[in-house]
Design a protein around this ligand. Structure first.
Ligand code: BTN
Length: 275
C-alpha cells in the first residue's frame, strides 16, 4: 500500500549518497513554485556544481515548450541540479540528452520496459513517466550554469493524473503495480547522473550515443517533428554524435533535426518501418 503524505526521508538520501559531488548539498523543500527556479537562484548566489533541490510539490512546475508539470505532493520526484559545465554554449543543449539517458537508465533499474523518446522523455509502454527541463544561464560564449530539472512520476495514481494526460502519462507504480521507494530512486538517479555527466565531459557525447540509441523507442519509426515553426516528416534512422535526430524522408533525403516535439505516426504498437 502507498502510505499517503509521507515526506521523502532526505536524511536517508544524504546518508546513502554514493556520489562524489552530485547531491553533496541538497536543499529540501516541502513546497515551492518550481525547483528549477530555486536552483537558478542558488546558482546565481554561487551554488557549487551538483547542488540539488528537491520539493514535495510544486505550485508552478514547468515543462518543456511552456507547458506545466503536474506535481502532486508526496508522490513523485521533482529534482533540479545545478551544473557548471566547462562547455561552449552551442554544446550545452546536448547535456539534456545526457540527463535523459541517466534518467532512463535509472528507470530501467526498476523495469526493462523503460524507453527514451528524443529528446529526453522517458516512457514505459509508451506512456511518459519522466521529463527533463534544461535551463541555461550564459553570457556571450560562456556557460554560467545549467539547471537540469527532472520530474519522475514514481507513485502517482491514475486519480492524480490531470484529465489531459490520461492515456499519455503514467508512473512507475502504475506500470509495475507496486509502490516505489523514492529515496532509493533518487539515490540511484544522482549516481547515474554524475557518472554519465562526467563521462560526457571527459569523452564527449559520442561515447554515450550507443547507450542512448539502445534505449530509444524511435529508431525505425515514422514520425512528425514540430520544431515550433516547421514540421518534419520521416523515418528515424539514428541519433548523431552532435545529438541531432536523423530522419529519412519519403524521397530518401536525410534530415537533421535539432529540437522539437515528436509525434509517432501510428503510435508504438505497430511494426517499425525498418523491421
Ligand atoms: C517536460 O516537459 O517533459 C519537462 C518536465 C520537467 C519537470 C521538472 S520537475 C523538477 C523541475 N522543476 C520544474 O519546474 N520542472 C522540472
Amino acid at each position: 500500500m502507498l502510505r499517503p503524505d509521507v515526506p521523502l526521508d532526505v536524511e536517508a538520501l544524504r546518508r546513502g549518497r554514493t556520489t562524489a559531488c552530485f547531491g553533496a548539498v541538497i536543499r529540501y523543500l516541502e513546497t515551492t513554485d518550481s525547483t528549477n527556479t530555486v536552483a537558478q537562484q542558488l546558482a546565481r548566489d554561487g551554488a557549487v556544481e551538483g547542488t540539488v533541490v528537491i520539493a514535495e510539490t510544486q505550485t508552478r512546475g514547468r515543462g518543456r515548450l511552456g507547458r506545466s508539470w503536474a506535481s502532486p505532493a508526496f508522490r513523485n520526484l521533482y529534482l533540479s541540479i545545478v551544473l557548471h559545465p566547462p562547455v561552449a554554449v552551442p554544446d550545452a543543449p546536448r547535456l539534456g540528452l545526457v540527463v535523459g539517458l541517466a534518467t532512463a537508465e535509472t528507470v530501467a533499474e526498476w523495469t526493462p520496459r523503460a524507453a527514451l523518446k528524443w529528446p529526453n522523455d522517458v516512457l514505459i509502454d509508451g506512456r511518459k513517466v519522466a521529463g527533463i527541463l534544461m535551463e541555461m544561464d550564459a553570457e556571450e560564449d560562456r556557460v554560467r550554469s545549467v539547471i537540469a530539472g527532472i520530474g519522475v512520476n514514481l507513485n502517482m495514481t491514475p486519480e492524480d493524473l490531470p484529465d489531459d494526460l490520461r492515456g499519455k502519462a503514467g508512473s512507475l507504480r502504475m506500470a509495475l503495480g507496486t509502490p516505489i521507494d523514492r529515496v532509493a530512486f533518487a539515490g540511484r538517479l544522482l549516481a547515474r547522473l554524475e557518472a554519465r555527466y562526467t563521462q560526457c565531459l571527459q569523452e564527449g557525447f559520442a561515447a554515450l550515443r550507443g547507450a542512448w540509441e539502445r534505449l530509444s523507442c524511435l529508431t525505425g519509426r515514422a514520425v512528425e517533428i514540430d520544431d515550433g515553426g516547421r514540421r518534419f516528416h520521416g523515418t528515424v534512422c539514428a541519433l548523431a554524435d552532435d545529438g541531432t535526430l536523423q530522419l529519412r524522408d519519403t524521397a530518401g533525403r536525410m534530415i537533421s533535426v535539432v529540437a522539437g516535439e515528436v509525434t509517432v505516426i501510428d503510435g508504438y504498437g505497430k511494426e517499425r518501418a525498418d523491421s
